[in-house]
Ligand binder design. Structure first.
Ligand code: 1CP
Length: 355
């Protein structure tokens, strides 16, 4: 073995974030927060201003790496998550995405199988390349002990934006297509499985240690539809990624899957499952009996409120997950109103392991 190789292995060993995926329960658990880079941080707002627009920020490797590092510098989280967005994939496919100030994403909707002809699955490389460059920079710039999480949206959740053209409370447009023409909708999902695997493969090659697949809208589907549009495509992605990178842990986030979460875990083969805020702690504890690392699930709004209520809930989560392979996180992303000092309070309390 070369000197550089053993140094690299030594660096990976230092990442305690990876220990639960190798069977060890950590006390205190490791911690990172979904949307840990974002508008609640003044330094993020400054860098975003410099970039001009949200997508310019995502496609500028130096600035995207900078905002990824900001919460690591402040709080020393055990893992950094690549700064990008789940909608990079449709944008790279040739369905341009724009973010209007304060209004969320906008895309020209694709609502039937004829619309799929506009997608260019063989031309994603140009935009993916910029994101992969961010990952490579991050692996250089992060402290050795900090794990780097790569991510993408799950096919179902990304499809809800591609079909609806924007965020929606009920994902009605995608659900309607899936009922009206399941074979046609399956073609969209199959495209997304392939281009998302390619995207994550590139992230791992550039230095990501762990992958998370965000299925934020899994909860809008009845169980049989969830099996077809959430579980099956995720399993397909996990199988392909495991064939390419057997040692890289994959965390699923089937938000709102509720009583279908255990089935999601066993059927997809994910190594970790991120639980949303509504998942009861006893159910999270039970999930830990499956062969899976459990992540979650503090309410992001409690992090806005802070105070004793925050402390108490942190302790309840720690107590419920004690002895399990647990990663402390929120049940959904940090909201912009979050006072940065409450995040510091959370990290300190989890690290103290007060439970
Ligand atoms: O104004 C701004 O600066 C944009 C706000 C913002 C940020 C900070 C958006 C727009 N995306 C992001 C970054 C982002 N998005 C990350 C970066 C890493 C980190 O966590 O720190 C990640 C992992 C995401 C993932 C993402 N984007 C999801 C899945 C997770 C979730 O929150 O449910 C989804 C659904 C999106 C779409 C999206 N991007 C942005 C917004 C406002 C939305 C939601 C749109 C909607 O449905 O209304």
């Amino acid at each position: 073995m070369t000197g550089t190789g053993s140094l690299a292995i030594e660096a990976v060993r230092k990442r305690r974030f990876l220990a639960p995926f190798n069977g060890d329960s950590l006390s205190p658990p490791s911690i990172w927060l979904m949307r840990q880079a974002g508008r609640y941080l003044p330094e993020y707002r400054a860098t975003r201003g410099e970039a001009g627009s949200f997508l310019n920020l995502c496609y500028n490797p130096a600035l995207a790496a900078e905002v990824t590092l900001q919460p690591i510098r402040r709080y020393g989280f055990d893992a950094a998550i690549l700064f990008a967005d789940i909608l990079i994939v449709p944008d790279a496919l040739g369905q341009p995405v724009s973010f209007e100030a304060g209004e969320g994403p906008r895309l020209a909707p694709i609502t039937d199988v004829a619309g799929l002809a506009t997608l260019k699955a063989d031309q994603t490389g140009e935009k993916y390349g910029l994101i992969w460059e961010t990952v490579a920079r991050l692996r250089q710039d992060l402290p050795d002990e900090t794990a780097l999480i790569g991510f993408c949206g799950a096919p179902w959740t990304v499809a809800t934006y591609m079909v609806g053209g924007r965020g929606s409370p009920d994902q009605a447009a995608a659900r309607a297509w899936a009922y009206r023409d399941p074979e046609g909708f399956q073609r969209l999902i199959d495209i997304l499985v392939d281009v998302s695997v390619d995207y994550l493969d590139g992230q791992v090659k550039a230095g990501a240690d762990v992958l998370q697949i965000f299925d934020s809208w899994a909860g809008s589907l009845p169980d049989n539809e969830l099996a077809r549009w959430v579980i099956d495509p995720t399993r397909a992605m996990v199988e392909k990624l495991k064939a390419l990178h057997p040692g890289v842990p994959i965390i699923g986030f089937p938000r709102g899957a509720g009583a279908s979460t255990a089935e999601f875990v066993t059927a997809t083969g994910v190594d970790g499952v991120s639980c949303d805020t509504a998942m009861p702690l006893c159910a999270m504890r039970e999930l830990g009996e499956l062969d899976v690392v459990v992540q979650g699930n503090l309410d992001p709004l409690l992090l806005v409120a802070g105070g004793d209520a925050l402390d108490q809930r942190i302790d309840e989560i720690l107590a419920a997950m004690k002895g399990r392979r647990h990663i402390f996180n929120l049940g959904h992303g940090i909201v912009p109103e979050t006072p940065p000092e409450n995040v510091a309070r959370l990290v300190e309390r989890v690290r103290k392991g007060s439970a």
